[in-house]
Design a protein around this ligand. Structure first.
Ligand SMILES: NC(=O)C1=CN([C@@H]2O[C@H](COP(=O)(O)OP(=O)(O)OC[C@H]3O[C@@H](n4cnc5c(N)ncnc54)[C@H](O)[C@@H]3O)[C@@H](O)[C@H]2O)[C@@H](O)CC1
Ligand SMILES: [K+]
Length: 464
């Protein structure tokens, strides 16, 4: 599991570690990891030029000490000092290793190959000062390696307010931070590299992200004595005369072999289309979970009321979300930002600016799991736990992808997974299937569903 912690928890763990380590030991570990990561990006030391952007705190200290190490390896290192006072020992080390420093942007002539953003770390407030903005603008085409976090983002919430760094790579220390994983700040973090500081983090993670091993451990798999009914039966109530395709897509997400049987309940001519495409799908009967809403149109309220009567877990998606008055603890709601905004009486822009906060609010308000779709989909539990999905590609933002996801999450619920696991594993598989199916190019929702068994196969085999 990849975990992200809040600043306070990181500070507590760092203080505990520093109490029994020599002065500066943690910073040296951080700087060594940072210098190694920068060298990896540069590919060679001699002939490479690096510019450090150095702020007032220990984040700048990390950058300076790493700069000293890089200069020692033959990299031409310059530091632009963006504060009256910077980390003294770090600056002295940089000078001793042959690096240069200046406070004036005009002193710098040759464009560097790489910027190292040591402006602020976990002590930073959102936004950047004009001097930092000017330096970033002067080298707008140069890739940035961020130290700990891209400066200017709101580290604990993932909000973006005011100017901030856009990193190609963020080298972070001890544990991940919320802004690395949660939108919109995750889009400013680039690739992530964690330098282990051997910290003892006592507080639980603020958010976590499933990794292939976690998914492998959670995936349902049939025992030797499996029967179709014991593997779980999922029912889909979706589609209408206006949107028959949504039924097909939701069923294709449900019918990937992860449960013993899929039922479809809907208008007769839609059911015919569904069964033509998926001959193994049967009609009404007992299920262990319902998927309700995709393409439901005017029928969505009735679909939801009928599904509720069975007392089994329900995935509430799309049109059905507008008819939700109350939910049970084992339900999963799967809105996108616009739908969640309507559910909470908020503006869509507010949800997009702070998806973590809104997903948590919704999970508390309805007392059930809420899966908020986005670049990094969030799965929030009513007790505050949040998982974030880091699989997927932007091509996945395509019509019908949500219908497939709803069907898949329903199948996982029917197979017996807890709602938090069903939603987060479903979202992980959906993203991984999209990445595979897209293979660097465009994608349709139907292709995502077709790819799911292959992703499950590779994950079970430990190839993920
Ligand atoms: N605490 C530790 O043990 C370790 C800390 N490390 C580094 O130390 C960092 C935290 O250092 P600090 O606590 O000194 O804090 P920062 O280096 O994040 O900077 C805080 C300083 O920046 C100023 N500031 C705040 N927001 C600003 C903004 N938007 N623009 C300009 N200046 C701003 C503040 O007034 C304060 O002086 C971590 O992110 C990490 O990089 C690492 O060396 C590993 C060990
Ligand atoms: K930084």
């Amino acid at each position: 599991m990849l975990r992200a912690h809040l600043i306070d928890d990181v500070r507590r763990a760092e203080a505990a570690a520093m109490a029994h380590l020599p002065d500066g030991a943690l910073m040296q570990r951080a700087a060594a990891g940072l210098a190694a990561a920068v060298l990896d990006v540069l590919g060679r030391a001699y002939g490479s030029r690096v510019l450090l952007l150095v702020g007032p705190g220990d984040n700048g200290g990390d950058a300076l000490w790493a700069g000293a190490r890089l200069a020692g390896r033959g990299v031409a290192v310059e530091a632009l000092l963006l504060a009256d006072r910077v980390h003294e020992a770090g600056l002295a080390a940089l000078h001793a290793a042959g690096g240069r420093s200046t406070r004036d942007l005009d002193d710098l002539h040759d464009a560097p190959d790489l910027l190292v953003d040591g402006i602020v770390g976990i002590g930073g407030r959102p936004g950047l000062r004009p001097e930092a903005v000017a330096a970033l603008e002067a080298y707008a085409d140069v890739p940035v390696v961020a130290v700990d976090v891209p400066s200017g983002v709101d580290v604990d919430t993932g909000r973006l307010e005011g100017p901030h760094v856009r990193a190609a790579l963020t080298v972070t220390f001890g544990t991940h931070k919320v802004a690395h994983l949660v939108d919109p700040a995750s889009t400013a973090s680039g690739a992530l590299h964690l330098v282990d500081l051997d910290l003892d983090l006592i507080g639980g993670p603020a958010v976590e992200a499933l990794q292939p091993d976690d998914v492998r451990g959670l995936l349902p798999r049939p025992g030797l004595d499996a029967q179709k009914y014991t593997r779980g039966v999922v029912g889909v109530r979706a589609g209408s005369s206006t949107y028959p395709g949504a039924a097909l897509l939701a069923v294709s997400g449900a019918n990937t072999g992860l449960v013993g049987m899929v039922r479809y309940v809907g208008p007769a001519h839609v059911a015919d289309t569904v069964r033509t495409a998926h001959p193994e799908v049967v009609g009404a009967g007992r299920v262990q979970a319902w998927v309700v809403g995709p393409g439901g149109g005017d029928d969505a309220a009735t679909m939801l009321a009928e599904a509720r009567r069975d007392g089994v877990p329900v995935v509430v998606d799309a049109d059905a979300l507008g008819h939700l008055d109350e939910a049970a603890a084992d339900w999963v709601l799967t809105p996108h930002a616009g739908e969640l905004a309507a559910m909470l009486g908020a503006e869509r822009e507010a949800v997009e600016a702070a998806p973590l906060e809104h997903a948590r609010d919704a999970a508390r308000r309805w007392g059930c799991t809420v899966l908020l779709k986005g670049h990094h989909t969030l799965v929030a539990a009513p007790d505050g736990r949040v998982r974030v999905t880091t699989t997927g590609v932007p091509w996945l933002a395509t019509a019908g992808a949500g219908d497939v996801l709803a069907g898949l999450v329903g199948a996982l619920l029917a197979s017996g997974l807890e709602p938090h696991d069903a939603a987060s594993v479903g979202s992980w598989l959906h993203g991984a299937a999209a990445t595979q199916a897209a293979a660097g190019g465009p994608l349709t929702a139907s292709r995502v569903a077709v790819q799911i068994p292959q992703v499950v196969r590779e994950t079970l085999a430990g190839l993920g």
